[in-house]
Write a protein that binds this ligand. Structure first.
Ligand SMILES: [Zn+2]
Length: 167
């Protein structure tokens, strides 16, 4: 269900963007796609999202060309979808800064040289802005280990490159 559109929204691209990614769950689905989730059942397991809601959100994201659905039924980010990464990275950094006193929950590194990425995605070692597929994500100091994780969350708790399929 789209957010109510107002006259003022017509000249605000933030309002337009929120119609796509502003609904509850949607950015979490996109985040999981960056983490390598591709299958409906894996999104459902990891997010604990009602299946009907997941179906609707995935349909919206495919219709808006954020995700594609392959013939094998797997969902992958499009180039347009991958351009959402800086938003997700920034929101994670904001959450870490203000709601994670023990430090970042997930550290981002340049997979080639292990350099930490700054808030703009630039590697502290080679000073390049690191492309999404070359970004490694791993538990940081603020990460809280949890018992009884589902299999997908277990994969998320180990260092891995973005977009590498979880299975
Ligand atoms: Zn580097």
């Amino acid at each position: 269900m789209a957010l109510p559109s107002t006259y003022a929204d017509r000249n605000c691209s933030l309002a337009r963007a929120l119609e796509i990614v502003g609904e509850r769950w949607t950015l979490l689905i996109v985040r999981d796609a960056f983490y390598g989730v591709r299958r409906f059942g894996d999104f459902a397991t990891q997010l604990g999202i009602p299946r009907a809601v997941l179906t609707n959100r995935l349909k919206l994201l495919v219709r808006e060309d954020v995700l594609t659905r392959d013939d094998d039924g797997e969902y992958r980010l499009t180039d347009k979808g991958i351009e959402l990464w800086p938003i997700i990275r920034s929101m994670m950094a904001w959450g870490d800064a203000f709601y994670s006193p023990a430090g970042v929950k997930r550290a981002l590194r340049h997979d080639d040289d292990g350099g930490l990425l700054d808030h703009e995605g630039r590697c502290e070692t080679c000073h390049q802005v690191v492309a999404v597929p070359d970004t490694r994500i791993e538990p940081g100091p603020g990460y809280v280990p949890t018992d009884g994780l589902d299999p997908i969350s277990q994969v998320f708790s180990t260092p891995r490159r973005l977009l590498d399929p979880v299975r």
